[in-house]
Design a binder for this molecule. Sequence first.
Ligand code: PGA
Length: 253
Amino acid sequence: MQLRKNIVAGNWKMNKTATEANTLINEINQGLSVLSNVQLVLCPPAIYLESTRKNANETISVGAQNCYCEASGAFTGEISAAMLSSVGVSHVIIGHSERRQIFSEKSKMLSKKVEVAIANGLTPIYCCGEPLEIRETGLHFSYVKSQITRELFHLSETDFSKLVIAYEPIWAIGTGKTATVEEAQVMHAALRNHIFKKYGKDVADGISILYGGSCNAANAKSIFSQPDVDGGLIGGASLKSADFLTIANSFVK
Ligand code: PGA
């Protein structure tokens, strides 16, 4: 029995002009086969969210790369979760390592972002992952588990069940260095076990945990074949339709 959803989400980051974005969406629409076992999510820059929702095949979900933690008001440059919902966005990436590192987003703010996203009917794609120096000390399991404890474990069981988690070792993002299939699997299993201890079997078995970090058309199949890996959050390789579609078709389970 399929316990949880397979998901492939494309994080375009700050890439593509409007014309390029439309070309990519059209190519993805055209190449879409019957993907019964995977949910695709496109996460373009915010300025293209509405056009992506209009142009992408209706089976494709649209996600934002960020949202703000307050409902409305004097927050120049920010976008609320309610605004995202109002234009047909269904997912939002929260806590990406680039937001944590470049924009100094801290745990308290990320917890709040997760809460407002859920309150507005969005599915947070919550990102966690360790930097290289933590991996080298061997403390990566406790580092990532404590991110989850600190930022998510105040949620009710019902709200926690609405999350998608993306494990993204920071040293693998955009570097061409992927975690090995075994490294991904053991971390995903450890995170699922951590969730099991807090929320029980149904929640732990039901939550999709995606891998992110140099996942591409050549390695997706072996990464996705792991029992605790339920798909990927794809950066660079989501910018080319052929690669993204190959990744979307990489589920064998
Ligand atoms: P990458 O990015 O696939 O380019 O490594 C992944 C991400 O940052 O989500």
